[in-house]
Design a binder for this molecule. Structure first.
Ligand SMILES: Nc1ncnc2c1ncn2[C@@H]1O[C@H](COP(=O)(O)OP(=O)(O)OP(=O)(O)O)[C@@H](O)[C@H]1O
Ligand SMILES: [Mg+2]
Length: 145
């Protein structure tokens, strides 16, 4: 797997996410790390596209969780933004364990907030900024299969 990629646009970030989604398949937990405005939500839109889940992806900052379902593929992607969580003890009110047990794809922004309740087999994607305004560096690490 190519673990690192430079993106120069939202489209490129989404295309890379879609490619990774097809490679890893449905039912994975994705831990998306990066600062505010890094492109985590943009990445989730690409994940959905790659999994055949047509959805209007938007930031769930206020709702904590957005659930995207696709009637045709019968797949669901749960998009969690843990930014507002003060710590792992608040995960229960989000329904964290139920989401993990559901077998659905989970895309988690601010996964640091989940502490050690983030499953060890999560696919980690670190999004950092590059030299240009729209440049992003994406670093992917996944546990060995
Ligand atoms: N190469 C790129 N990839 C992704 N987003 C980009 C890129 N270049 C510019 N952007 C812009 O960066 C912003 C990314 O916003 P996004 O909501 O995806 O960030 P985020 O990491 O989810 O932030 P937050 O932590 O606030 O939820 C958007 O305004 C997008 O247009
Ligand atoms: Mg976001």
């Amino acid at each position: 797997m190519e673990p690192e990629r430079t993106s120069h646009s939202v489209r490129e970030t989404q295309a890379f996410a879609a490619e990774l989604a097809r490679r890893f398949g449905p039912g994975r937990v994705w831990a998306l790390e990066g600062d505010l405005g890094a492109g985590k939500t943009a990445f989730v839109a690409g994940l959905c596209a790659g999994l055949g889940v047509r959805a209007a992806v938007s930031s769930p900052t206020f709702a904590i969780a957005n659930e995207y379902r696709d009637a045709a593929s019968r797949r669901r992607v749960v998009h969690l933004d843990l930014y507002r969580l003060s710590g792992p003890e608040e995960l229960d009110s989000v329904g964290w364990d139920d989401y993990l047990d559901s077998g659905d794809t989970l895309a988690v922004e601010w996964p640091e907030r989940a502490g050690d309740r983030l499953p060890p087999d999560a696919v980690r994607v670190r999004i950092g900024r590059g030299p240009g305004e729209d440049d992003r560096r994406l670093l992917v690490s996944a546990p060995p299969a």
